[in-house]
Design a binder for this molecule. Structure first.
Ligand code: SR1
Ligand code: MG
Length: 410
């Protein structure tokens, strides 16, 4: 039966699984187990053996950061393991290797990433990981393209819909925390200062903005374009100078492609805002973050098209044999422009929920001056508001990146 594992039990548990034990090498008594959980939801352990290390992740029957105040089903490990196994063939080298899933204890065993750090931490510390945006773009383009109707027969795609549409508990979190709570008075919402409470009130009073959010909320629920990672923020990316891996696919869901791309861009933008108003951008780090947004989108766009031109005929959504070859580029451009429109909307919505909702981010948390933090967050929300209300001003990523400084603190 399911039970919450104690650190002391982990080595004995892993010893039961021959492939896992062989990977660690030696005997269980030689294995060290370290509790490294720092995310919102799960228990995570790093296990070190004589030959190799492993990462062990267990779903807890509650939200880890809220414990008994927020019970949560343990089924998410099943969906994360299913997501890992479904997408790994498309994104080799961009994710940790999946090794084992225990369906009773809801434990996933995967490759241990070392000496990687979380991308969010490196952004907070001002470290440049030059290849991260490119690699995340490659991950997004491949995982999303290969699970979309462009590359997948509809029978296979609807297997993904059937499976991941049961990921109810985490989708309830996304629907509530991302799309609903920030636009109403809710006990889960958190603001850095009273100044931000006034901004939140102005969002609640803005009917046009709430209508735009409702459109994207509807896209999230009713536009099953591809199998999303579902939580592709900078805390779901681990980096070294030469290697980038995307982790934590427990929010997997078949939805609009722009949800993944928008969430990543939003978190880069918030890293930029969280560095505003300090001692100036003497090293050009903030400019570098904005460049990474362009790198990410342009690479995603190019790779998605490259996959389409190589594998496009396999799916039922856009069978290129039905198109005049001269018509295909027009169809592709329209598809990717629609993804860009969704990307902008979800970028804005992610910024709003990370600044006035439950799930605050460490980038802003690292700003000790609460008043400065509130001004940074209010500036980010001003950009988000413009993205939602005036999307035509942002016809491509260059327009977005060029416009951002006008919405910034300097
Ligand atoms: C209660 S979970 C809060 C957030 O953490 C995850 O990373 C997701 O982003 C979720 O919305
Ligand atoms: Mg996570």
């Amino acid at each position: 039966d399911y039970r919450v594992l104690q650190r002391e039990e982990i080595a004995t548990l892993l010893a039961q699984w021959p492939a896992v034990a062989a990977r660690l090498g030696g005997q269980p008594a030689q294995w060290t187990v370290q509790d490294v959980a720092d995310g919102n939801l799960n228990a995570v352990y790093l296990v070190e053996g004589p030959l190799d290390g492993l990462c062990v992740k267990q779903s807890l029957p509650y939200v880890r950061v809220a414990k008994d105040d927020w019970p949560l089903s343990v089924e998410r490990a099943y969906f994360e393991s299913a997501y890992m196994q479904r997408t790994e063939p498309f994104v080799p080298g961009l994710v940790p290797q999946f090794l084992h899933f225990d369906a009773t204890l809801r434990v996933i065993v995967m490759e241990r990433l070392q000496p990687h750090t979380i991308l969010r931490k490196s952004l907070i510390e001002g470290v440049r990981h030059a290849d991260a945006a490119r690699a995340v773009a490659d991950f997004a383009a491949a995982s999303l393209f290969h699970t979309s109707d462009i590359s997948t027969p509809f029978e296979r795609k609807f297997q993904d819909v059937a499976l991941f549409s049961q990921n109810h508990d985490l989708q309830r979190i996304t629907v509530d925390l991302v799309f609903i709570d920030p636009y109403q008075v809710h006990a889960r919402n958190r603001y850095a200062s009273p100044q931000l409470a006034a901004v939140a009130q102005s969002l609640r009073d803005d009917a046009a903005l709430k209508a735009a959010v409702a459109t994207f909320r509807n896209h999230y629920l009713a536009k099953p374009q591809a199998l999303l990672h579902g939580d592709l923020h900078s805390g779901s990316v681990m980096v070294t100078q030469t290697d980038t891996r995307v982790i934590d696919g427990e929010f997997a869901w078949v939805g609009p492609i722009g949800f993944d791309t928008g969430m990543f861009i939003a978190n880069l933008l918030m890293a930029w805002y969280a560095k505003a108003g300090h001692s100036g951008d003497t090293t050009g780090y903030r400019a570098w973050i904005l460049e990474q947004i362009a790198v990410f989108w342009q690479r995603f766009h190019a790779q998605f098209l490259a996959h389409w031109n190589t594998h496009g005929g396999r799916g039922d959504g856009y069978p290129d044999s039905h198109f005049d070859a001269t018509a295909l580029p027009t169809v592709q451009a329209a598809f990717l422009q629609d993804v860009w429109a969704d990307t902008l909307g979800f970028t804005a919505i992610e910024i709003i929920r990370r600044t006035i909702g439950f799930s605050q981010i460490a980038d802003f948390g690292a700003v000790a001056d609460v008043d400065l933090r509130a001004r940074q967050q209010a500036a980010a929300i001003a950009l988000a508001r413009d993205l939602l209300l005036h999307p035509a001003r942002y016809e491509d990523v260059q327009a977005l990146v060029s416009a951002v400084p006008a919405f910034g603190l300097h």
